[in-house]
Design a protein around this ligand. Structure first.
Ligand SMILES: C[S@@+](CC[C@H](N)C(=O)[O-])C[C@H]1O[C@@H](n2cnc3c(N)ncnc32)[C@H](O)[C@@H]1O
Length: 297
């Protein structure tokens, strides 16, 4: 006589993760719901919460995250997602969250972003074209949150020296394979900037990086020191409503209002150019983004 095969909670978790990555959010929710019935594990509750966030069921997601936090009170990932749903405003995403998000995805990151029609590097390149930069390989450029190097590629022709900074080892491994960077630094980027000399670079890039950093005034201050006179800071943001400062969204990413960027730039930088566009397409929805070029005064 045959017995039905019992699927354990690990299998349900694996099926849930697979469905989540494939964008089948309702199926993912049902798999994780089965997993948490079989074993009260923080990972299953986290998966359940992530499916519920995707399904815009935020109240249910908060409940799932609260249970996950009881089981894993130190988790920066759970804490950051809870903060994003409960309207609090940490200054930036914790390192554990950024590592969790990117490290295991690094080998598939470029394919994933190409499926999302990601345009961050192209929007920054457009700013360089608008500014009439010759591709004379003369600039010292640092790519902040360089990831796998997608944002470095269009800037290599403009660079005498191209360096990259990122905190996630898996992403840096991919960037290194590309062979376009002179030096790569594994570091949280505020910490890395503190180690750079005054006037060390002509250009700082940050494509899709500031979405993991809310409060930007320290970053502008430090860039005011490491960029040479007349230097350029180019970056993309998700666009926030005027007067909203920075906002932590339910996605765990930040948006920034333009008046907040101008306030952070203060008298050290002035806004030279801006390109509007759709930075990526998720679940058929376009995410509006902006690329900015600020010049050091
Ligand atoms: C969405 S990816 C963008 C990567 C690349 N710039 C591109 O355009 O493809 C964001 C990158 O920023 C890095 N990152 C986010 N916050 C960071 C921080 N505070 N310090 C260093 N790296 C950070 C992440 O590890 C990730 O590689």
């Amino acid at each position: 006589m045959q017995h039905p095969v019992e699927i354990d909670h690990i299998r349900w978790e694996q099926r849930g993760i697979h469905a989540l990555e494939a964008g089948r959010h309702a199926e993912a929710e049902s798999c994780f719901a089965k997993a948490v019935i079989q074993a009260d594990s923080a990972l299953s509750w986290l998966g359940l919460a992530m499916s519920q966030i995707e399904l815009k069921r935020n109240a249910a997601a908060i409940e799932s995250l609260q249970r996950a936090r009881q089981l894993a009170p130190q988790s920066g990932v759970i804490g950051h997602l809870l903060a994003s749903l409960q309207g609090s405003k940490p200054e930036r995403a914790p390192e554990t969250f950024v590592n969790w998000l990117f490290n295991s995805r690094a080998p598939h990151f470029d394919n994933h972003l190409s499926r999302l029609a990601y345009r961050g590097p192209e929007m920054l390149r457009q700013l360089a074209v608008n500014a009439g930069w010759p591709t004379d390989a003369g600039r010292n450029i640092v790519d902040l949150g360089c990831g796998t190097g997608l944002s470095g590629v269009p800037f290599r022709p403009y660079a005498g020296k191209l360096d990259g900074v990122d905190m996630v080892p898996g992403m840096l491994q991919q960037a290194d394979r590309r062979g376009i960077y002179d030096s790569l630094y594994q570091s949280e980027l505020h910490a890395a900037l503190k180690t750079f000399a005054d006037n060390a670079y002509d250009v700082a890039l940050a494509a899709d990086t500031l979405i993991y950093i809310g409060k930007l005034d320290d970053l502008f201050t430090e860039l005011g020191r490491i960029l040479a006179p007349g230097g350029t800071f180019m970056f993309t943001t998700e666009l926030g409503a005027p007067g909203s400062g920075y906002t932590l969204l339910p996605t765990g990413r930040y948006s920034h209002a333009e008046d907040y960027l101008l306030a952070c730039a203060d008298k050290r930088f002035h806004l030279a150019d801006r390109v509007d566009g759709c930075i990526r397409v998720e679940d058929g929805r376009m995410t509006a983004g902006c690329a900015y070029r600020f010049t050091k005064s």
